[in-house]
Ligand binder design. Structure first.
Ligand SMILES: CC(C)(COP(=O)(O)OP(=O)(O)OC[C@H]1O[C@@H](n2cnc3c(N)ncnc32)[C@H](O)[C@@H]1OP(=O)(O)O)[C@@H](O)C(=O)NCCC(=O)NCCS
Length: 152
């Protein structure tokens, strides 16, 4: 086992993590969510956000809203320096396990058609494309692919 794998651990986000999560968010997205958004998400009882930490530092996260038996994935992100090592795969495995325990029987999310790594990640977990939202993304007017897994 490499040092990186040995030092990787996972836990639920709490409001005090908002600043560290914002740093990952800024490194990953053209329109990042604010620190305040993560604080509110962590304090909301209808959400579940899982962090990946290496040597105590946040390197990735995955979040969901839990609504009427559905887990709506808000985001999955891994800092660019830590990609391609299975971190997002481990986040998704643990996220799905947790939301199932909380009663979710389906998972849904939106993703850009141009985001091949994310599409491949979600397909590994049984999410399938079921339609599009036209011009969904405000920065470049790109459509969103809507994905569902109704058999969690
Ligand atoms: C999408 C993202 C979370 C993947 O994180 P990661 O830790 O690198 O992912 P993993 O190493 O677990 O790889 C998961 C799968 O993604 C796919 N993948 C990863 N990197 C890829 C690449 N560069 N090109 C194509 N597919 C890729 C593979 O299918 C891989 O599975 P495999 O290794 O079994 O083949 C990461 O690229 C990221 O943070 N991107 C920016 C934020 C983002 O776009 N999030 C999704 C918003 S909907």
């Amino acid at each position: 086992m490499s040092g990186e794998q040995a030092a990787l651990c996972f836990r639920e986000m709490v409001p005090e993590d908002a600043e560290a999560v914002e740093q990952v968010e800024k490194a990953c997205f053209s329109i990042p969510w604010s620190r305040e958004s993560f604080w509110k998400e962590a304090a909301n009882e209808q959400t579940f956000y899982l962090l990946a930490l290496q040597d105590g530092r946040v390197i990735g996260y995955a979040g969901t809203w839990l609504v009427a038996g559905e887990a709506q994935v808000t985001n999955v992100a891994v800092h660019p320096e830590h990609r391609g090592k299975g971190v997002a795969t481990k986040l998704m495995e643990r996220l799905i396990c947790e939301v199932k325990q909380r009663g979710a029987t389906a998972m849904t999310l939106e993703v850009r058609p141009s985001n091949k790594p994310a599409l491949a990640l979600y397909e590994k977990f049984g999410l399938k494309s079921v339609g599009r939202r036209k011009g969904y993304y405000q920065d470049n007017g790109e459509d969103a692919i809507i994905m569902w897994n109704t058999k969690l």
